[in-house]
Design a protein around this ligand. Structure first.
Ligand code: SF4
Length: 349
């Protein structure tokens, strides 16, 4: 019995194919309310507290999003489940009632993701017109007194486009317009974790000299957002430094939590939400194996990735998969996950 289980079912996928997507881009499915009921019923006997979500890619992507929100609440033990501060830009520009509905949930601030200007954002979001839709969504959010938080993913390919984001903040008076609704405007840049689609772009991950190219306005907002005093603290250390710190590390780790979060994909394969739902994280097929077997595998660290982290000393994986001369920047936790994923891939676990 777990203290709490949070289970998220990928009922519809996502309209985007973001090049940084830490979940990895996989085909969309089309599941139904009864599938969510079945997933909740499967995990219910094993959790003192259960929380259920109908998505883990694009929120509110299905036309019946309101009914699904009600169903999430009905199937969850919390009186009101979390909507986070995420929204569907795709829906925001196609459904007049959507943002006013978000407002009724008590959302005061929402996050939007840019990669630079129009071309760069469309390319990186994987959908023509994405940038124009994000801009239109900003206006609709502000009209409904919901403040903006802009996230910008950075790598060597879009560094020079960051000035366009700083210009947008100023030319659209985003700070002033948020202040007018009594909420702070927020923005931040970061490189993202190095899994899913973003792991394919490891070669263009930022290095220390790139940080000087981040426009001052974005630096100021980033430091405020993360409560840090330097960009180095936000972007982490070079791989070179992390490699020498960890190459002799003999520790192993159990990747098991008393309050796990599980992703269930459109084919009912179950993954812990530690990293991208890759085959080496898979705990089994919910319909074939049942929750009991899957939770046993989870608790015993039996997915290939959990097993590797439990059995193989960290330093051995770092020596096998790290690059001692690389100056690419990582947080330590992201680097360990990147090394573990790479180890699973190269050893074909
Ligand atoms: S990052 Fe989010 S919006 Fe982009 S493809 Fe992944 S799930 Fe979809």
């Amino acid at each position: 019995m777990f203290d709490k289980i949070f289970v998220c079912l990928d009922m519809a996928g996502c309209p985007n194919r973001c090049r940084h997507c830490w979940l990895g881009c996989t085909p969309n499915g089309r599941l139904h309310a009864d599938d969510l009921r079945a997933v909740a019923a499967a995990f219910r006997p094993y959790a003192r507290q259960l929380e259920v979500a109908s998505w883990y890619r694009e929120p509110d992507y299905l036309p019946e999003y309101r009914a699904l929100w009600d169903l999430e609440n009905e199937l969850s033990d919390r009186r009101t489940v979390t909507h986070w501060e995420l929204l569907s830009v795709w829906r925001a520009v196609r459904d007049e009632a959507y943002i006013p509905w978000l407002k009724t949930l008590g959302i005061r601030s929402a996050q939007l993701t840019l990669f630079g200007g129009e071309q760069m954002t469309d390319d990186y979001t994987g959908r023509p017109g994405a940038y124009a839709e994000i801009l239109a969504t900003m206006d609709r959010l502000l009209k409904n007194a919901i403040a903006l938080r802009i996230q910008v993913f950075v790598n060597k390919e879009n560094l020079t486009d960051l000035e366009v984001v700083a210009d947008l903040i100023q030319s659209h008076r985003l700070e002033e317009r948020c202040a007018a609704i009594g909420m702070p405007f927020a923005a931040f840049v970061h490189q993202g974790s190095c899994d899913g689609e973003n792991a394919k772009r490891v070669a263009i991950r930022p290095t220390p000299e790139d940080l000087a190219q981040i426009p001052p306005l974005l630096v100021e907002h980033t430091l405020r957002h993360f409560g840090q005093t330097s960009l180095e603290a936000v972007f982490g250390q070079t791989e070179q430094t992390l490699f020498s710190e960890l190459e002799a590390d003999g520790t192993t780790a159990s990747l098991v939590s008393e309050q796990p979060v599980f992703f269930v994909d459109k084919d009912f394969k179950v993954y812990p939400n530690r990293s991208a739902p890759a085959p080496y994280w898979c705990l089994g097929d919910l319909r074939e194996d049942g929750a009991d077997k899957i939770l046993n595998r989870y608790q015993n660290g039996a997915s290939p990735a959990q097993q590797a982290r439990k059995d193989v000393p960290l330093g051995a994986m770092v020596r096998a998969c790290g690059d001692p001369s690389s100056r690419r920047l990582f947080s330590k936790d992201d680097y360990i996950d990147y090394i573990l994923n790479t180890y699973c891939e190269v050893t074909a676990l």
